[in-house]
Design a binder for this molecule. Structure first.
Ligand code: 6PG
Length: 251
């Protein structure tokens, strides 16, 4: 297994550990902009609520934080399935982040055009004409089928080697756009948030490397890879030497 696996007692302590690590990473960025790509899905909701709480508001230099998304569903920003909507309602409208520092995906455009325009936004922000953007932190969830961001098993997007952002049409779901694997693997930190028994099989395969899941392709070249999990999600891991970190004791 690549990276570090942290097993928290439950979803709440996983979210608290993720919030502490988010704030510590933001503080460590000094005077530089702190560029983070938020995960979609439902798992990060509690993390976002904690980051909006007084304790973490004080610790996080929101005036220097720039928010992007690891992926987005191609639905309007007020749609229940919008990853932007989740972050806006649970975090962004509660913190003093300058509006210009929030970089939502243009999710009402045709998917291919949205991917092109989002990539241009990233290139403008990172000032990169070549190479890969180095996010300070990319948050990811883990799909039951082992997908990450909107990189699904067997999808052509998994093999993208040039583009930073591509579109994808999962069967029977809204179209999506997603950061590509080279972007994920160029990050300074990648933190997976994996909670619940329904993730146990995908997590086992990803950790033991016994399959070919998209999640197994995420290994930052130079950056930190952290799997923040809870006891329900690690239930199927065998032969694990468990070193329980008491809640609230960040490394
Ligand atoms: C999305 C996500 C996706 C998500 C996983 C886990 O837009 O759906 O980016 O990759 O992180 O599917 O989703 P849950 O957190 O809801 O289990």
């Amino acid at each position: 297994m690549r990276g570090t696996l942290i097993i928290c007692a439950d979803y709440e302590s996983l979210s608290l550990e993720a919030a502490r690590r988010f704030a510590s990473a933001a503080e460590a960025s000094g005077r530089r902009p702190f560029r983070v790509a938020l995960s979609g899905g439902g798992t990060p909701r509690r993390l976002y609520e904690l980051l909006a709480s007084a304790e973490f508001q004080r610790r996080t230099p929101w005036e220097r934080v720039h928010i992007f998304w690891s992926d987005e569903r191609m639905v309007p920003p007020d749609h229940p399935q919008s990853n932007y909507k989740l972050a806006r309602e649970s975090l962004l409208k509660h913190v003093r982040i300058p509006p210009k520092n929030v970089h939502p995906v243009p999710a009402t455009l045709p998917p291919a055009q949205a991917a092109t325009e989002y990539e241009q936004e990233l290139r403008r922000h990172f000032g990169r004409r070549w190479g890969w953007p180095e996010f300070d932190l990319i948050l990811l969830g883990l799909g039951d089928d082992g997908h990450v961001a909107s990189l699904f098993p067997g999808a052509p997007a998994l093999h993208e080697k040039q583009r930073w952002v591509v579109s994808h049409q999962p069967p029977h779901l809204p179209a999506r756009i997603t950061l590509t694997l080279p972007v994920l693997n160029a990050a300074r930190r990648v933190h997976f948030l994996v909670s619940g028994e329904n993730k146990a099989t995908a997590l086992r395969v990803a950790v033991e490397g016994s399959g070919h899941l998209p999640a197994q392709l995420v290994h930052p070249k130079k950056g930190e890879l952290l799997w923040l999990t809870d006891s329900a999600a690690v239930g199927r891991l065998k032969g694990l030497r468990v070193e329980l970190v008491p809640a609230g004791v960040s490394q």
